[in-house]
Design a protein around this ligand. Structure first.
Ligand code: C2E
Ligand code: MG
Ligand code: MG
Ligand code: MG
Length: 286
Protein backbone atom coordinates (compact mmCIF):
# COMPACT_ATOMS: atom_id res chain seq x y z
CA UNK A 1 0.00 0.00 0.00
CA UNK A 2 3.06 2.20 0.28
CA UNK A 3 3.01 2.39 -3.52
CA UNK A 4 -0.53 3.57 -3.45
CA UNK A 5 0.13 6.15 -0.80
CA UNK A 6 3.10 7.80 -2.38
CA UNK A 7 3.97 8.81 -5.87
CA UNK A 8 6.44 10.99 -7.51
CA UNK A 9 5.28 13.68 -9.85
CA UNK A 10 7.59 15.18 -12.38
CA UNK A 11 7.57 18.94 -12.26
CA UNK A 12 8.40 21.48 -14.94
CA UNK A 13 12.13 21.07 -15.01
CA UNK A 14 14.10 17.91 -15.53
CA UNK A 15 15.22 17.49 -11.92
CA UNK A 16 12.28 19.13 -10.36
CA UNK A 17 10.30 16.41 -8.61
CA UNK A 18 7.55 16.84 -6.11
CA UNK A 19 6.62 14.23 -3.56
CA UNK A 20 3.06 13.59 -2.72
CA UNK A 21 2.13 11.43 0.22
CA UNK A 22 -1.53 10.85 -0.38
CA UNK A 23 -2.62 9.86 3.07
CA UNK A 24 -0.61 12.52 4.86
CA UNK A 25 -1.90 15.08 2.41
CA UNK A 26 -5.51 14.23 3.08
CA UNK A 27 -4.98 14.23 6.85
CA UNK A 28 -3.28 17.59 6.54
CA UNK A 29 -5.98 19.11 4.41
CA UNK A 30 -8.65 17.80 6.80
CA UNK A 31 -6.79 19.40 9.66
CA UNK A 32 -6.50 22.70 7.79
CA UNK A 33 -10.22 22.57 7.02
CA UNK A 34 -10.98 21.92 10.68
CA UNK A 35 -8.71 24.77 11.81
CA UNK A 36 -10.34 27.19 9.39
CA UNK A 37 -13.76 25.85 10.27
CA UNK A 38 -13.22 26.27 13.99
CA UNK A 39 -12.40 29.93 13.52
CA UNK A 40 -15.87 30.58 12.11
CA UNK A 41 -17.88 27.83 13.83
CA UNK A 42 -19.14 30.11 16.61
CA UNK A 43 -20.12 32.96 14.31
CA UNK A 44 -21.81 30.54 11.90
CA UNK A 45 -23.68 28.90 14.78
CA UNK A 46 -22.38 25.43 13.91
CA UNK A 47 -21.81 24.46 17.54
CA UNK A 48 -24.44 22.85 19.71
CA UNK A 49 -24.56 21.34 23.18
CA UNK A 50 -25.95 17.90 23.85
CA UNK A 51 -26.69 16.82 27.40
CA UNK A 52 -26.08 13.44 28.98
CA UNK A 53 -28.10 12.61 32.11
CA UNK A 54 -26.23 11.86 35.33
CA UNK A 55 -28.10 9.50 37.62
CA UNK A 56 -28.25 8.30 41.20
CA UNK A 57 -27.24 4.68 40.64
CA UNK A 58 -29.51 2.94 43.13
CA UNK A 59 -32.68 4.68 41.93
CA UNK A 60 -31.93 5.75 38.37
CA UNK A 61 -33.12 9.29 39.21
CA UNK A 62 -31.58 12.02 37.09
CA UNK A 63 -29.86 14.62 39.27
CA UNK A 64 -27.87 16.44 36.62
CA UNK A 65 -26.54 16.54 33.07
CA UNK A 66 -23.15 16.93 31.43
CA UNK A 67 -22.94 19.37 28.53
CA UNK A 68 -21.05 17.86 25.59
CA UNK A 69 -20.08 19.93 22.60
CA UNK A 70 -21.17 18.93 19.10
CA UNK A 71 -19.91 20.42 15.84
CA UNK A 72 -21.60 20.01 12.51
CA UNK A 73 -19.07 21.09 9.88
CA UNK A 74 -20.89 22.37 6.75
CA UNK A 75 -18.77 20.22 4.42
CA UNK A 76 -17.32 17.41 6.57
CA UNK A 77 -20.38 16.74 8.72
CA UNK A 78 -20.29 15.77 12.38
CA UNK A 79 -16.79 15.98 13.86
CA UNK A 80 -16.22 14.18 17.18
CA UNK A 81 -15.01 16.40 20.06
CA UNK A 82 -12.05 14.06 20.56
CA UNK A 83 -10.91 15.25 17.12
CA UNK A 84 -11.77 18.96 17.17
CA UNK A 85 -11.15 19.91 20.82
CA UNK A 86 -7.38 19.24 20.59
CA UNK A 87 -7.25 21.35 17.40
CA UNK A 88 -9.25 24.14 19.06
CA UNK A 89 -6.75 24.00 21.94
CA UNK A 90 -3.81 24.15 19.55
CA UNK A 91 -5.05 27.25 17.72
CA UNK A 92 -6.39 29.00 20.82
CA UNK A 93 -10.04 28.82 19.72
CA UNK A 94 -10.86 26.76 22.83
CA UNK A 95 -10.89 30.05 24.77
CA UNK A 96 -13.83 31.71 22.97
CA UNK A 97 -15.51 28.36 22.30
CA UNK A 98 -15.17 27.31 25.95
CA UNK A 99 -16.60 30.65 27.04
CA UNK A 100 -19.59 30.08 24.76
CA UNK A 101 -20.09 26.55 26.16
CA UNK A 102 -20.14 27.90 29.72
CA UNK A 103 -22.59 30.67 28.87
CA UNK A 104 -24.87 28.45 26.79
CA UNK A 105 -24.92 25.71 29.46
CA UNK A 106 -25.77 28.25 32.18
CA UNK A 107 -28.55 29.82 30.10
CA UNK A 108 -30.02 26.37 29.40
CA UNK A 109 -29.87 25.35 33.03
CA UNK A 110 -31.54 28.60 34.09
CA UNK A 111 -34.39 27.80 31.67
CA UNK A 112 -34.74 24.38 33.31
CA UNK A 113 -34.51 25.84 36.81
CA UNK A 114 -37.37 28.20 35.92
CA UNK A 115 -39.42 25.20 34.75
CA UNK A 116 -38.89 23.63 38.18
CA UNK A 117 -36.20 21.23 36.95
CA UNK A 118 -33.50 21.73 39.56
CA UNK A 119 -30.54 19.81 38.26
CA UNK A 120 -26.75 20.06 38.17
CA UNK A 121 -25.14 21.29 34.96
CA UNK A 122 -21.63 19.99 34.41
CA UNK A 123 -19.35 21.66 31.86
CA UNK A 124 -15.99 20.35 30.60
CA UNK A 125 -13.11 22.76 31.02
CA UNK A 126 -9.97 22.39 28.92
CA UNK A 127 -6.70 22.86 30.80
CA UNK A 128 -6.00 25.76 28.40
CA UNK A 129 -9.14 27.49 29.71
CA UNK A 130 -8.20 26.68 33.28
CA UNK A 131 -4.79 28.30 32.73
CA UNK A 132 -6.37 31.48 31.31
CA UNK A 133 -5.87 34.24 33.90
CA UNK A 134 -9.47 35.41 33.32
CA UNK A 135 -10.99 31.97 33.80
CA UNK A 136 -12.68 32.59 37.15
CA UNK A 137 -14.05 35.93 35.85
CA UNK A 138 -15.53 34.14 32.86
CA UNK A 139 -17.28 31.69 35.17
CA UNK A 140 -18.70 34.60 37.18
CA UNK A 141 -19.83 36.37 33.99
CA UNK A 142 -21.64 33.25 32.72
CA UNK A 143 -23.41 32.90 36.08
CA UNK A 144 -24.33 36.57 36.32
CA UNK A 145 -25.55 36.80 32.72
CA UNK A 146 -27.80 33.75 33.08
CA UNK A 147 -28.84 34.29 36.71
CA UNK A 148 -28.17 30.61 37.27
CA UNK A 149 -27.52 29.68 40.94
CA UNK A 150 -23.77 28.80 41.25
CA UNK A 151 -24.37 25.66 43.31
CA UNK A 152 -25.93 23.99 40.25
CA UNK A 153 -22.82 24.49 38.11
CA UNK A 154 -20.12 21.79 38.05
CA UNK A 155 -16.81 22.22 36.28
CA UNK A 156 -15.05 19.11 34.98
CA UNK A 157 -11.30 19.55 34.88
CA UNK A 158 -8.69 16.90 34.09
CA UNK A 159 -5.66 15.67 35.96
CA UNK A 160 -3.39 17.67 33.66
CA UNK A 161 -4.07 20.77 35.80
CA UNK A 162 -2.15 19.03 38.60
CA UNK A 163 1.08 20.03 36.88
CA UNK A 164 0.90 23.40 38.57
CA UNK A 165 -0.48 22.33 41.91
CA UNK A 166 -0.08 25.64 43.75
CA UNK A 167 -1.88 27.65 41.13
CA UNK A 168 -4.56 24.95 40.81
CA UNK A 169 -5.12 25.07 44.56
CA UNK A 170 -5.57 28.86 44.45
CA UNK A 171 -8.03 28.72 41.52
CA UNK A 172 -10.02 25.93 43.17
CA UNK A 173 -10.32 28.03 46.32
CA UNK A 174 -11.59 30.96 44.23
CA UNK A 175 -14.13 28.71 42.51
CA UNK A 176 -15.24 27.39 45.87
CA UNK A 177 -15.85 30.98 46.98
CA UNK A 178 -17.97 31.54 43.86
CA UNK A 179 -20.00 28.51 44.94
CA UNK A 180 -19.56 26.18 41.97
CA UNK A 181 -18.64 22.47 42.23
CA UNK A 182 -15.47 21.02 40.78
CA UNK A 183 -14.96 17.50 39.46
CA UNK A 184 -11.82 15.72 38.32
CA UNK A 185 -12.72 14.11 34.98
CA UNK A 186 -11.26 10.90 33.52
CA UNK A 187 -9.66 10.11 36.84
CA UNK A 188 -7.01 7.43 36.65
CA UNK A 189 -5.92 8.12 33.07
CA UNK A 190 -3.34 10.77 33.99
CA UNK A 191 -0.28 10.72 36.16
CA UNK A 192 -1.66 12.13 39.39
CA UNK A 193 -1.88 9.88 42.41
CA UNK A 194 -4.85 9.41 44.67
CA UNK A 195 -3.01 11.30 47.42
CA UNK A 196 -3.08 14.52 45.36
CA UNK A 197 -6.84 14.60 45.87
CA UNK A 198 -6.29 14.78 49.59
CA UNK A 199 -4.80 18.25 49.26
CA UNK A 200 -7.27 19.80 46.84
CA UNK A 201 -10.77 21.17 47.44
CA UNK A 202 -12.48 18.78 44.99
CA UNK A 203 -16.18 17.86 45.24
CA UNK A 204 -16.28 14.99 42.78
CA UNK A 205 -14.09 12.48 41.05
CA UNK A 206 -15.21 10.84 37.81
CA UNK A 207 -13.96 7.31 37.35
CA UNK A 208 -12.90 7.04 33.72
CA UNK A 209 -14.91 4.79 31.43
CA UNK A 210 -11.83 2.70 30.63
CA UNK A 211 -11.98 1.48 34.27
CA UNK A 212 -15.74 1.00 34.29
CA UNK A 213 -15.30 -1.08 31.13
CA UNK A 214 -13.14 -3.55 33.04
CA UNK A 215 -14.70 -3.76 36.49
CA UNK A 216 -16.42 -7.06 35.73
CA UNK A 217 -13.51 -8.71 33.93
CA UNK A 218 -10.32 -7.39 35.56
CA UNK A 219 -9.95 -7.96 39.29
CA UNK A 220 -7.15 -5.38 39.57
CA UNK A 221 -9.39 -2.72 38.07
CA UNK A 222 -12.23 -3.83 40.35
CA UNK A 223 -10.09 -3.37 43.46
CA UNK A 224 -8.78 -0.05 42.20
CA UNK A 225 -12.35 1.21 41.86
CA UNK A 226 -13.14 -0.04 45.38
CA UNK A 227 -10.08 1.84 46.66
CA UNK A 228 -11.24 5.04 44.94
CA UNK A 229 -14.67 4.76 46.58
CA UNK A 230 -13.12 4.22 50.02
CA UNK A 231 -10.77 7.14 49.49
CA UNK A 232 -13.76 9.29 48.51
CA UNK A 233 -15.47 8.37 51.76
CA UNK A 234 -12.36 9.14 53.80
CA UNK A 235 -11.52 12.51 52.31
CA UNK A 236 -15.04 13.53 51.40
CA UNK A 237 -15.57 13.61 47.68
CA UNK A 238 -18.29 11.86 45.70
CA UNK A 239 -17.57 9.42 42.91
CA UNK A 240 -19.26 9.38 39.53
CA UNK A 241 -18.66 6.40 37.28
CA UNK A 242 -18.71 7.25 33.58
CA UNK A 243 -19.32 5.05 30.56
CA UNK A 244 -21.73 2.62 32.24
CA UNK A 245 -23.19 0.36 29.56
CA UNK A 246 -24.48 -2.69 31.45
CA UNK A 247 -26.79 -3.53 34.36
CA UNK A 248 -24.05 -5.71 35.93
CA UNK A 249 -21.73 -2.70 36.08
CA UNK A 250 -24.43 -0.75 37.91
CA UNK A 251 -24.82 -3.60 40.39
CA UNK A 252 -21.07 -3.78 41.03
CA UNK A 253 -20.80 -0.02 41.52
CA UNK A 254 -23.82 0.22 43.84
CA UNK A 255 -22.56 -2.82 45.77
CA UNK A 256 -19.25 -1.09 46.31
CA UNK A 257 -20.60 2.26 47.42
CA UNK A 258 -20.34 4.34 44.23
CA UNK A 259 -23.44 6.54 44.30
CA UNK A 260 -23.51 8.30 40.94
CA UNK A 261 -23.02 7.44 37.30
CA UNK A 262 -23.68 8.13 33.67
CA UNK A 263 -23.46 6.10 30.49
CA UNK A 264 -25.33 4.73 27.51
CA UNK A 265 -27.06 2.23 29.85
CA UNK A 266 -29.05 5.18 31.22
CA UNK A 267 -28.94 7.58 28.28
CA UNK A 268 -26.58 8.85 25.58
CA UNK A 269 -25.97 12.60 25.29
CA UNK A 270 -29.15 14.10 23.77
CA UNK A 271 -30.14 17.39 22.11
CA UNK A 272 -32.03 19.90 24.29
CA UNK A 273 -35.57 18.93 23.29
CA UNK A 274 -35.01 15.20 23.85
CA UNK A 275 -33.26 15.54 27.19
CA UNK A 276 -35.91 18.03 28.26
CA UNK A 277 -38.70 15.48 27.81
CA UNK A 278 -36.72 13.04 29.95
CA UNK A 279 -36.25 15.70 32.62
CA UNK A 280 -39.87 16.79 32.58
CA UNK A 281 -40.95 13.16 32.85
CA UNK A 282 -38.72 12.79 35.86
CA UNK A 283 -40.03 15.92 37.55
CA UNK A 284 -43.67 14.85 37.05
CA UNK A 285 -42.96 11.45 38.58
CA UNK A 286 -41.42 12.81 41.76
P1 C2E B 1 -15.64 13.36 28.79
O1 C2E B 1 -15.85 14.68 29.42
O2 C2E B 1 -14.97 12.31 29.59
O3 C2E B 1 -17.09 12.90 28.32
C1 C2E B 1 -17.51 11.57 28.28
C2 C2E B 1 -17.51 11.02 26.87
O4 C2E B 1 -17.94 9.66 26.92
C3 C2E B 1 -18.48 11.71 25.94
O5 C2E B 1 -17.92 11.64 24.64
C4 C2E B 1 -19.72 10.82 26.02
O6 C2E B 1 -20.56 10.93 24.89
C5 C2E B 1 -19.07 9.48 26.09
N1 C2E B 1 -19.91 8.47 26.74
C6 C2E B 1 -20.90 8.68 27.63
N2 C2E B 1 -21.43 7.50 28.03
C7 C2E B 1 -20.76 6.54 27.38
C8 C2E B 1 -20.86 5.11 27.38
O7 C2E B 1 -21.65 4.49 28.07
N3 C2E B 1 -19.97 4.45 26.58
C9 C2E B 1 -19.05 5.10 25.82
N4 C2E B 1 -18.23 4.37 25.07
N5 C2E B 1 -18.94 6.46 25.78
C10 C2E B 1 -19.78 7.15 26.57
P2 C2E B 1 -17.90 12.89 23.65
O8 C2E B 1 -19.19 13.65 23.76
O9 C2E B 1 -17.48 12.39 22.33
O10 C2E B 1 -16.77 13.80 24.28
C11 C2E B 1 -15.45 13.35 24.33
C12 C2E B 1 -14.59 14.27 25.14
O11 C2E B 1 -14.47 15.55 24.51
C13 C2E B 1 -15.12 14.57 26.54
O12 C2E B 1 -14.80 13.51 27.42
C14 C2E B 1 -14.40 15.85 26.86
O13 C2E B 1 -13.08 15.58 27.30
C15 C2E B 1 -14.32 16.52 25.50
N6 C2E B 1 -15.40 17.52 25.40
C16 C2E B 1 -16.69 17.39 25.02
N7 C2E B 1 -17.36 18.57 25.11
C17 C2E B 1 -16.45 19.48 25.55
C18 C2E B 1 -16.52 20.89 25.85
O14 C2E B 1 -17.56 21.55 25.77
N8 C2E B 1 -15.36 21.47 26.27
C19 C2E B 1 -14.18 20.77 26.43
N9 C2E B 1 -13.09 21.43 26.83
N10 C2E B 1 -14.10 19.46 26.17
C20 C2E B 1 -15.21 18.81 25.75
MG1 MG C 1 -16.55 15.29 31.22
MG1 MG D 1 -14.83 11.87 31.49
MG1 MG E 1 -13.53 10.01 29.72
Amino acid sequence: NADKAMYLAKGQGKNNYQFYVHEDESILSRKIKLERGLKRALVNKELELHYQPKVVLNSGDIYGVEALLRWNHPELGRIPPTEFIPIAEEIGMIIPIGKWVLEEACIQNKIWQDLGIKIMMNVNISSIQFEDSHFVDKVKIALAASQMPPKYLGLEITESVMQNINRTYAILEELKAVGVKVAIDDFGTGYSSLSVLNNLPIDLVKIDKSFVNEILTNSNTASLVKTMVQMGENIDFDLVAEGIEEQEQVAFLVGNGCKFGQGYFFSPPLPVSEVESLLIGKVEKT
